[in-house]
Ligand binder design. Structure first.
Ligand SMILES: *Cc1c(COP(=O)(O)O)cnc(C)c1O
Length: 346
């Protein structure tokens, strides 16, 4: 029996086509810009997001930090969501390593930052205060339930940034999920930003890697930041080969993951012992009802031991469990999960 792993989309293994492409990849020394496969990935990523240039990085965390280091100097401040990945889940790298001060703004239920809140958070030109340099949003927004942010909202933030002479970064770890949700080109969600990071290794199934895009001068600075973070790679074409399949093939099937997440939420919602808290893109959040006679830990353990289904108790605002669908979760898996949870809660 095959394990059904819904803990995250990061658990998605590379596909057989990726493994084959990796084995055959043409490679070179990427620090000399000699790796044709990395060069191709960077060129294709830049084109897809409508930017001049791109740099291949080892992770989303590294991509976001390279972006912040390239945009900001020590003592600068950035406006960022209070539940954002950049603020909460990247160890405060901007402060640890870049001397950059995060100024948080509340993330609304729809994953956006309020424009009035942003405006109020900008420091005046006053020598007591850090210089506000940048605004960052997250699309799709993880902690808000995988909610996609629209091109219209992104344009409003860009307009706010322009009026206030701020740089604008998008943590677009799942930008292609957002594009699939709105049925638009990812370009339209990126065009108003100075920079954007996206992950190849989540729903897109590549084993490793993220890409940071922006204009050519920005990407040169970001490359320097990557170097000092120890992130420059050598024959990284082996990884970029999987990234190219992620970008050109896996990107086109993300709607299936969203449909499966919706099916999962619909199936689970029929089970009296639990309550669906939210469903958006490839995310499903649920909580057990008070009347349920198992604890979240007991439910996770029984699913794991009796059914080879992995879910992990989460405990954020969105509920006790967060499930994410991905390439390796098909409809049959969704049916099995709904049946198993139903049996355990009845
Ligand atoms: C996963 C994620 C990241 C970081 O990516 P890693 O590759 O895990 O470092 C950044 N932002 C968001 C919104 C993410 O979901």
């Amino acid at each position: 029996m095959k394990t059904i792993d819904l803990r995250s989309d990061t658990v998605s293994h590379p596909t057989p086509a990726m493994r084959e492409a990796m084995a055959k990849a043409a490679v070179g020394d990427d620090v000399y810009h000699d790796d044709p496969t990395v060069n191709q990935l960077e060129a294709d990523a830049a084109a897809l997001l409508g930017k001049e240039a791109a740099v291949f990085v080892s992770s989303g965390t590294q991509g976001n930090l390279c972006a912040l280091l390239a945009h900001c100097g020590r003592g600068d401040s950035i406006l960022v969501g209070d539940t954002s990945h950049i603020f909460r889940y990247e160890q405060g790298g901007m402060a640890q390593l870049g001397g950059i001060l995060p100024h948080t703004v509340p993330v609304q239920a729809d994953g956006t930052l309020g424009l009035d809140d942003l405006q109020a958070a900008i420091n005046p030109d006053d020598e007591h205060m850090p210089v506000t340099r940048l605004v960052a949003i997250e699309n799709t927004h993880n902690a808000a339930g995988g909610i996609p942010l629209s091109a219209e909202y992104t344009a409003q933030v860009a307009d706010f940034a322009r009026r206030n002479r701020l740089r604008f970064h998008i943590d677009g770890a799942r930008i292609f999920n957002a594009a699939a949700a709105f049925d638009v080109e990812a370009k339209s969600l990126a065009k108003d930003a100075d920079s954007l990071t996206f992950c190849l290794s989540k729903g897109l199934c590549a084993p490793v890697g993220s890409v940071l895009v922006g204009d050519a001068a920005f990407i040169r600075r970001a490359r320097r930041a990557r170097k000092v973070l120890g992130g420059s790679m050598r024959q990284a074409g082996i990884l970029a080969a999987a990234g190219l399949i992620a970008l050109h093939e896996m990107r086109l099937r993300l709607r299936d993951d969203h449909d499966n997440a919706q099916l999962l939420a619909e199936g689970l919602s029929e089970i009296p012992g639990l309550k669906i808290r939210s469903q958006s893109t490839n995310f499903v959040f649920f909580s057990l009802r008070a009347a349920a006679d198992v604890t979240p830990q007991e439910l996770a353990k029984a699913l794991r031991e009796d059914h080879q289904i992995l879910i992990s108790p989460y405990g954020g605002d969105q509920g006790q469990f967060r499930l994410r669908t991905h390439y390796w979760i098909d409809r049959a898996a969704i049916d099995k999960v709904v049946k198993a949870v139903g049996a355990l809660l009845s």
